[in-house]
Design a protein around this ligand. Structure first.
Ligand SMILES: CC(C)(COP(=O)(O)OP(=O)(O)OC[C@H]1O[C@@H](n2cnc3c(N)ncnc32)[C@H](O)[C@@H]1OP(=O)(O)O)[C@@H](O)C(=O)NCCC(=O)NCCS
Length: 159
């Protein structure tokens, strides 16, 4: 089968897969700024209940060769659109995040659009860079997954 990355509307059943993906310690370490306790199903359900009910959040499930590989979404942070994404570990390293984000940015047309990435999350930094984002600043904050202050890049896409 050709390697095909597609975006589709998010379904409630997808959340079971996202929850399993959220349990991955390596993924949490990479993303750094994660939920306080990834294994807390009630907190996960509440988080996604709010997302699913918020019309200003644009969200898509990423499908790779017919399988749910992860998600990409846009939410508003202090009035600015910001994107985030997560791919299950078994799908890493095949260009899926890059393709999914690039497709998402062709339907999510608000600009500028922002992203934040832990400074050492080089895979995610590369995904953003390949999609045209550039570093516009730096910050730091408490990263739940590391129980430590962690530096991040603030990135922006203008066109
Ligand atoms: C970050 C993440 C989205 C990348 O997804 P992916 O589908 O593997 O990404 P792609 O294959 O499209 O591209 C990854 C790029 O990073 C590079 N890369 C991957 N793993 C790497 C690593 N450990 N160290 C350095 N570079 C790495 C790849 O080589 C590729 O760059 P290239 O095209 O220059 O070769 C995925 O690992 C993930 O979901 N991680 C956990 C959650 C997370 O970090 N979300 C983002 C929060 S900002």
């Amino acid at each position: 089968m050709a390697n095909t990355v597609l975006l589709r509307e998010m379904l409630r059943d997808d959340l079971e897969i996202f929850f399993k993906q959220q349990l991955d310690p390596e993924a949490n370490w990479m993303a750094a700024f994660t939920s306080e306790n990834p294994a807390d199903r009630a907190a996960f359900d509440e988080h996604w209940r709010r997302i699913m009910g918020n019309p200003s959040i644009m969200r898509k499930t990423i499908i790779f060769n017919g399988q749910v590989a992860g998600y990409v979404s846009k939410y508003m942070d202090e009035g600015r659109p910001e994107i985030t994404y997560w791919i299950g570990r078994e799908f890493w390293g095949r260009g899926i995040a890059t393709s999914a984000l690039s497709q998402f940015l062709s339907i999510m047309v608000e600009r500028p659009v922002f992203a934040r990435v832990a400074k050492d999350n080089f895979a995610s930094y590369r995904v953003l860079e390949k999609c045209g984002f550039a570093i516009i600043g730096e910050g730091s904050g408490h990263a739940n997954a590391r129980r430590a202050d962690t530096g991040e890049y603030i990135m922006r896409l203008d066109n």
